[in-house]
Design a protein around this ligand. Structure first.
Ligand code: NAD
Length: 519
């Protein structure tokens, strides 16, 4: 029997000596591993390829972090076959036996949390606390899904029927593909992989190109925990080639994807096509982008609101699917609130996050940098710039730094108010009333997170009913969901609302078998 699940919380407090020293030591350790070459891992075999991708620190281009072998297209088939070969013995284990591998992996990760956090500081340019929270969430996913798998193994309740014994069992699906994003390079990858594997499936794990070294570290961790060969296979490579080949493979039974709307929509369409030799309809779990809003009523404490907006908008450079990218404030408080938000934002330290005390690092890569600055140019036509926006001119060219940008007086249907920018850009919109604020908030194609600040009970109840998002927060920020505290997933173009970290989640990776015996 495992002990009851508990979140890995609170996080380390880096203003204390010991955590600070441990993080500095870990950063030194990981910086010294720059010669690392990450091979593919298929059926337990380590395969080095000729083509490799060099990974650089986004905040310090001169720092090479290692090289990642890139899977050639034909390796997709080899990996699916390895996962398929591992399926019969893995799926035959009890859920409790499978769960122990993931509890063991969580224990190793807990002991090495500073090392994994440091790896994310360097590879994803996360601040210390953001990196630590990512690693802590990965531990939560491993521990929580392990316990959940045991619970799901219990036969489901049915209505008694005289003369018969009836039961419903949950069985794994088969071979799955895990396609992960770079922005939670450990937590989301570990969560999606653990959920699929602990329920008895075997998987091919396709990490994001930008953060494939962290994914390789996670693969090593699973091997250290003793996971049998072929249960999880590590297949780094470009999404458009290797990722697409995996999605279309007839031997694949399901795809669990987290990433952008465009890629999610493509996967949805491709997975629907039945390939020659394919005996099932593929299942897809697709978690995609957001254009998340915080709405603010009159009469609230604006200092509290400003602090929560700044944390939601600029934490990890605004590169969270849950980040606040629209502030919608009642006209009575709009001007005063914007002054407070700008004041607070000016205090954020932007720089190399390996340095203690830096709040915001670099954005992930050149593509992100260019995309964000392009939206800043669009914003200059669509709104009034309150701060930031001059990065191209002021930047010392050592990393992909974008300083926070705030636009005021943005129209609800402006591009910067409707399209996901995925960077530190906040669009502020004036609302005439609470009804108007909710209407604006619901006015995009997305529906992932949202927050409402009000001290008016009726307004809060209205937000509960009408603010159409998968994760709604009242009187707090819209980022920072915790496993099994706020199950996570969005509506509309934000995805399939799978509710990662929730008690329904493992059902996506299982199929129910109903058995009836007449006596
Ligand atoms: P992305 O869609 O560019 O890439 C995600 C993954 O898909 C990567 O592994 C990539 O290699 C792969 N991929 C790319 N093209 C593919 C194709 N044609 N076929 C198969 N796989 C392909 O997303 P990203 O830039 O890595 O991540 C940022 C996005 O993820 C943002 O839109 C963000 O909102 C979203 N996100 C959503 C959630 C959520 O829970 N809803 C969480 C984190 C990130």
């Amino acid at each position: 029997m495992f002990t009851p699940f508990q979140n890995e919380y609170p996080y380390a407090n880096f203003s204390e000596d010991r955590p600070k020293r441990k993080m500095e030591e870990a950063l030194n350790l990981v910086s010294g591993q720059s010669g690392r070459v990450c091979p593919l891992v298929i059926g337990g075999r380590r395969i080095e390829t000729v083509e490799q991708r060099e990974i650089k620190n986004p905040a310090r281009w001169s720092q090479i972090l290692g090289s990642v072998c890139q899977a050639p297209l034909e390796m997709a088939d080899v990996a699916v076959k390895a996962a398929s070969a591992a399926f019969p013995s893995w799926s035959a284990l009890s859920a409790t036996e499978r769960a122990r591998y993931f509890v063991a992996a969580a224990a190793i990760l807990r002991r090495r949390i500073y090392e994994f956090s440091a790896a994310m500081v360097l590879e994803a340019s996360k601040s210390w606390i953001e990196a630590y929270a990512d690693a802590a969430e990965a531990i939560d996913f491993l521990e929580f899904y392990a316990r959940e798998a045991v619970r799901w193994q219990q036969p489901g309740a049915t209505t008694p029927f005289a003369g018969e014994e009836n039961e419903v069992l949950q069985l794994p699906l088969g071979v799955g593909v895990i396609i992960a994003p770079w922005n939670f390079p450990l937590a989301i990858l570990a969560g999606m992989t653990a959920a699929a594997a602990v329920t008895g499936n075997t998987v091919v794990m396709k990490p994001a190109e930008q953060t494939s070294i962290i994914a390789s570290r996670f693969m090593d961790l699973l091997e250290l925990a003793g996971l049998p060969a072929g249960v999880v296979n590590y297949l780094p490579g470009p999404g458009e080639s290797v990722g697409a080949a995996l999605v279309e493979h007839p031997g694949v039974r399901f795809i669990s994807f987290t990433g952008s709307r465009d890629v999610g929509v493509q996967i949805h369409a491709k997975a629907a096509v039945v390939q020659p030799g394919q005996k099932w309809l593929k299942r897809t779990v697709l978690e995609m982008g957001g254009k998340d809003a915080i709405i603010v009523d009159q009469g609230v404490n604006l200092d509290v609101v400003a602090a929560e907006v700044v944390a939601s908008a600029f934490g990890f450079q605004g590169q969270k699917c849950s980040a606040c990218s629209r502030l919608i404030a009642h006209t009575a408080v709009y001007d005063e609130l914007l002054i407070k938000i700008v004041e607070r934002t000016r205090k954020l330290v932007v720089g190399d996050p390996a340095q203690f005390g830096v709040h915001m690092g670099a954005v992930i890569d050149r593509e992100a940098y260019t995309k964000i600055l392009n939206y800043v140019s669009i914003g200059q036509q669509e709104g009034r710039i309150l701060m930031g926006g001059a990065d191209r001119e002021t930047q010392d060219q050592t990393g992909w730094y974008v300083h926070p940008v705030i636009f005021a007086d943005v129209a609800p249907d402006a591009r910067i108010a409707c399209e996901e920018i995925f960077g530190p850009v906040l669009s502020c919109i004036r609302a005439d009333s609470w009804d108007h604020a909710i209407e604006i908030a619901n006015g995009t194609d997305y529906g992932l997170t949202g927050a409402a600040f009000s001290y008016n009970r009726a307004h809060l109840e209205q937000a509960r009913r009408e603010f159409h998002v998968g994760n709604l927060y009242l009187n707090r920020k819209c980022t920072g969901a915790l496993v099994d505290v706020q199950p996570f997933g969005g509506f509309n173009m934000s995805g399939t609302d799978s509710k990662a970290g929730g008690r329904e989640y493992l059902g996506h990776f299982l199929q129910a078998k109903s058995i009836s015996e007449r006596w």
